[in-house]
Ligand binder design. Sequence first.
Ligand code: GMT
Length: 380
Amino acid sequence: MRIGIVCHPSIGGSGLVATQLGLGIAKQGHEVHFISRTRPFKLLEDLDNVHFHSVEAIHYPLFTDPLYTFALTAKIVEVAEQYQLDVVHAHYSIPHSLCAYLACEISQHKFPTITTIHGTDVTVIGQDKPLYPLNQFSINKSDKVTTVSAFQSEYIKQNFEISNPIEVIHNFIDLAVFTPDNASTDVRRTLAGDDEKIIMHVSNFRAIKNTQAVVHAFNIVQQQLDARLVLLGSGPDVDGLKVECRRLGIIDKVSFLGDVTHVESYLANADCVIQPSYKESFSLVVLEAMASAVPTVTSNVDGIPEVMQDGVTGLMTEPDNIEQLAAHTVTILSDDHLQQTMGQAGRLRAAQLFNPEEKIAQYLATYSEAIDEFSVSQSC
Ligand code: GMT
């Protein structure tokens, strides 16, 4: 198959899943065309059958913005016609789903479109009043719709009028990349002293990630055991967190590492990962921690219970229950046997339920079905 993949290039779960999927498909011999503003941040391998097409912004004095959706639609048309794409897969519905639909309408070469809904494209910005009808329209125009958790599928059905079936294809993890073998004494020593536990949090530091709870829970934990908090990622809430850490007098125990390309080399050195999000369709970070054999303390919202198993791979509570988030973290960190058992259970669960071969096969089957059905109907 010749497959177009449209995704956001910046650090984040949807672009990461799109990239891992595209590379996995290419390794099976299919031709993959990534279409994005810049090269997706994890598209690090060069394979002969993987192509990247950058969307050039449209600059013209009349326009005050670069007309990204126009530019993207034009690029999908160009790539579809030039490479005779069999299917275009839009990751994150806004604006990709609508651009893929318009491209098919405009292109001389017709193709079916697949939309994968990742989370905030329907739960946050997708709920924005002016965008809502566009989002609903474009999802309905997709030949196939998939999403990353059963929670998310239910959410879409309850909040949008979607006539298509919504297929659940959970995200997946490469256990060779996210492995406890990445643990390194050298890296660990750059993060903490030998007697200190490492608590880690990874996110884009937005309101829904509830990072104030991370810091407040850590404040309680560090009064009971020697620990450091290591924060990976960047976003609008970082500056406020630094202020809060200073106010609490814990700034010297908190490291703000910013964005890192190889999160796997940090995660394996954590003793516990804490993710108390208010919203989370899936939580790739929780899966990455599990694969790295690191126990997680999480909120009990949305798709998270489909990923981690409370009491087995980690411990859960309500996002705003700071005392409980801290108590769970202390429970894990003060019992080496429990920490190890939960870590191993997480890796086993990741291997059993979130296996790349199976999920990639599911996507390929969805593409084949879309192509077959499309060739019968021959309409966008
Ligand atoms: O979490 C974010 O804000 C980023 C967002 C994205 O599009 O990159 O993540 C969403 O997609 C990920 C991959 O499918 C999921 O693991 C995240 O749970 C989901 N985020 C939310 O639903 C908030």
